[in-house]
Design a protein around this ligand. Sequence first.
Ligand code: NAD
Ligand code: IPM
Ligand code: MN
Length: 349
Amino acid sequence: MKKIAVIPGDGIGRETVTEALKVMDALSLPLQFDEFPFGAEYYLKTGKTLEDDDLEELKDFDAILLGAVGDPRVKPGILERGILLKLRFHFDMYVNLRPAKLLDARFTPLKNKRDIDIVFVRENTEGLYAGSGGFLHKNTEYEVAIQEMINTRRGVERIVRFAMEYARKKGRKKVTLCDKSNVLTYAHDLWQRVFWELGKRYEDIKKDHEYVDALAMKLVRSPERFDVIVTPNMFGDILTDLAAELTGGLGLAASGNINPEGLSMFEPVHGSAPDIAGKGMANPMATVLAVSMLLDFLGFEREAKVIEHAVSTALREGFLTPDMGGDKRTEEVGDYLARLVGGGEDVWF
Ligand code: NAD
Ligand code: IPM
Ligand code: MN
């Protein structure tokens, strides 16, 4: 029996997690779920985000499923740092694995593009996210605000190595380093040196490099040229929203926060979407695909594929929420996917 901690969180996270659990239930796997209340409501009631004893309790789980955090009633950063980043950092989930694969060519806004299958390997514990910095003379005209970008050799080496190993294991051909080493001549010089030095051990993998600005342009112009992209934390955050939009939208983009030797957490790329929360309009597919990644990670490869296949079927049949041009409600899409994975014979292959 595998134990999964479920943190629905805020806004549409709560709605999409409900549907993702339905889909998981329909597979009748030996899984046990424990739900945790962390998020805005819990914070507003108790003043707590995530305490040390919560982390202690979570460490015994086999994986975490997270919806989203963030709420207009709470100052930005409190829940994001206090829950999401705390989990990523505490459990040293140093890889943020974000596939951007076009499952159905009708859903890209790009003309005449069908072949988009990119995996972003985003560094997940350092960079501009590390939380190093502070204010001087706050709220005066001399105010200085500093937020430092942290890059450690160990941190860069392990993410580059992961990208290379991942490419090799998955039979992918190329790893592209995306940085800004023409300007960040210390921080990203380290990335350059590590990438090309470590890259020598991976002769079977093609290696290349793009500056982040050009890469953003080329993602739109010719996404088919990319395979695996390894990049620092902040660039990975921005580029994966862009790549999501190229492959059907945030409603379809899933991710894994991976610690290859420890606890990992799976979540949609999107946030709590306060603009549509509570209206039954959220697309649950991103969270459902996060569950597919979670199951794959736990060794249920076949079931992971079944889920991906069910989502492809829903896309093909046009069973969609409004973000993708449909008129179905969150719950209807969840029910539909659960029915497909729970016995629809056209899904089993
Ligand atoms: P967002 O991803 O929540 O929403 C961006 C836009 O995409 C919105 O218009 C939203 O309606 C739409 N959208 C997102 N997911 C959708 C879905 N599943 N179905 C249909 N439409 C969808 O980003 P935001 O508005 O910038 O952030 C809202 C809050 O979420 C903030 O508090 C932010 O900090 C937080 N956030 C959390 C996470 C996370 O928990 N992993 C990720 C991103 C943002
Ligand atoms: C994401 C989110 C988070 C990030 C925020 C909410 C901390 O945008 O998962 O992409 O920037 O990593
Ligand atoms: Mn983001």
